[in-house]
Design a protein around this ligand. Sequence first.
Ligand code: PAF
Length: 286
Amino acid sequence: MRNNAKKIKIIRSPLALQKFSQKMLAQGKSIGLVPTMGALHKGHISLVKMSVKNNDITIASIFVNPTQFGANEDFAKYPRRLLTDAKLCSEAGADIVFAPQPKDMYPLPLQTFIHNPALETLYCGKYRPTHFAGVLSVVAKLFNIALPSRAYFGEKDFQQLHVIRKMAFDLNFPVKVIGAKTIREKSGLAMSSRNEYLSPKERAAASSIYAGLLEAKKRYAQGEFSVAKLKGIIKEKIERAGGKIQYVEIVDKRDLMPVASVSPKSVILLACHFGKTRLIDHLCLI
Ligand code: PAF
């Protein structure tokens, strides 16, 4: 039995973590990495628990990565609460919290970025043009620093998970990228650190996102294969609740390319705003 109450170690230096990981690998230990930006919720904790179950060592990284935020986005106000997060990681059985500062990760301005030109300008990338290059580059750095055998990401950020998997495959990172199911609040709202920006009224209204996705899935199961009609159902549900749609797309979950007609391989991706808060969600149609 694991002792879940053990004192967790917080490492801030990339070099110190890399040395620790090299030592663990030399001892034949497997390392699981859970990259996060902190403000941890049950979705993150489920990833930590999954890693603890399947690896000798679990590292949770907590780093609000400046390079993945656009100029007018929420980098400054993104919630930061390292000690609470470290306690949650410790209770979930993690061994290390890696919590660098921007100056530790970027001692000099980053000049080398990883891009996915096919996908970084689509869907979320259309509205956040520098986002995926920032994500891929920091995740590549985290892989090189923590040297994980397995890395865990939430399916909620479906496009993010896809581009990270593709990066690991294309660039031969020796790490298995594992996606974990979206954890939802009772209302159906996908858990996200950004949900705390929502007022109680907006939070209640945002349950229309999942309701819309479920309604579309039901209509698909009843024989509606038209992309336009299914997108319309979702838009109507969200807009009726006061949300503003940024995009709703139905794509093939294997390559994220838009589909002409919906099939069991399709996934619905969407982003919308409730008040000033941008929320994303997805639903696979099988
Ligand atoms: O999903 C997130 O929290 C971030 O995009 C990630 C993967 C930790 C990279 O900063």
